[in-house]
Design a protein around this ligand. Structure first.
Ligand SMILES: [Cu+2]
Length: 210
């Protein structure tokens, strides 16, 4: 009897430890918002947050997850033009829905992309779409109609190359706007939609318009 009680007690302790570990590892460590309110968003998209070139997160519980850096909560002013620069370091995963290879909702309806061609040479041009199979991630704020596909770094590019994508969009009234990536980039998860695709702080977040 005593043995059975101690087994049950041990089991209960293990369950509690597992719950605390789950909360600690998955729920709590969220990067805070970018400091202050800004009309300029400078972001980095990476294949592994622990190995980022600009804002590596060495203490991240998932250093091998894809992510937007330095954080995924951004505060911007209402009814303003927001200039965005995304330093994109990841290779292509490809879009499941080719529709999202097009640019929507930016000023001028396009984006400017500095990238590397199939020979590894640097190129630059304005684009209104990319080959959907070459998307690494997308920057999308559905409630503002903003969708921007981010070109994956060409395999021929020199090591540690970065594609630089710039564009601007207009905010509406104050509120919290959800944003997310539409590329199923959660490698090693079911259909690529788990892990960083469903955990705050990696491939989704909040645009706080004030
Ligand atoms: Cu993504």
């Amino acid at each position: 009897m005593l043995r059975r009680v101690s087994f049950v007690a041990a089991g209960a302790v293990i369950v509690v430890i597992a719950m605390v570990a789950f909360v600690g590892l998955f729920m709590l460590p969220r990067p805070g918002p970018l400091e202050g309110t800004t009309t300029k968003l400078h972001l980095e998209t990476v294949g592994a947050v622990g190995a980022a070139l600009e804002w590596p997160r060495s203490k991240d519980p998932h250093p091998d997850w894809v992510g937007y850096l330095p954080t995924t909560t951004w505060r911007v002013p209402a009814n303003s033009t927001i200039q965005v620069q995304i330093d994109q370091e990841d290779s292509a995963t490809g879009l499941r829905n080719p529709f999202w290879g097009k640019v929507f909702g930016t000023e001028g309806g396009n984006m400017h992309v500095a990238f590397f061609d199939d020979k590894g040479n640097p190129q630059e041009s304005d684009m209104t779409s990319i080959d959907p199979t070459q998307a690494a991630h997308t920057f999308a704020i559905p409630d503002l109609g903003v969708f921007v596909p981010l070109l994956g770094v060409n395999a021929a590019a020199p090591a540690n190359s970065t594609n630089v994508i710039t564009f601007s969009f207009k905010t509406k009234g104050p509120g919290r706007y959800h944003w997310q990536c539409f590329v199923p980039c959660g490698a090693k998860t079911i259909f690529g939609n788990g892990g960083p695709m469903q955990t705050i702080g990696y491939m989704g977040g909040t645009l706080i318009v004030v």
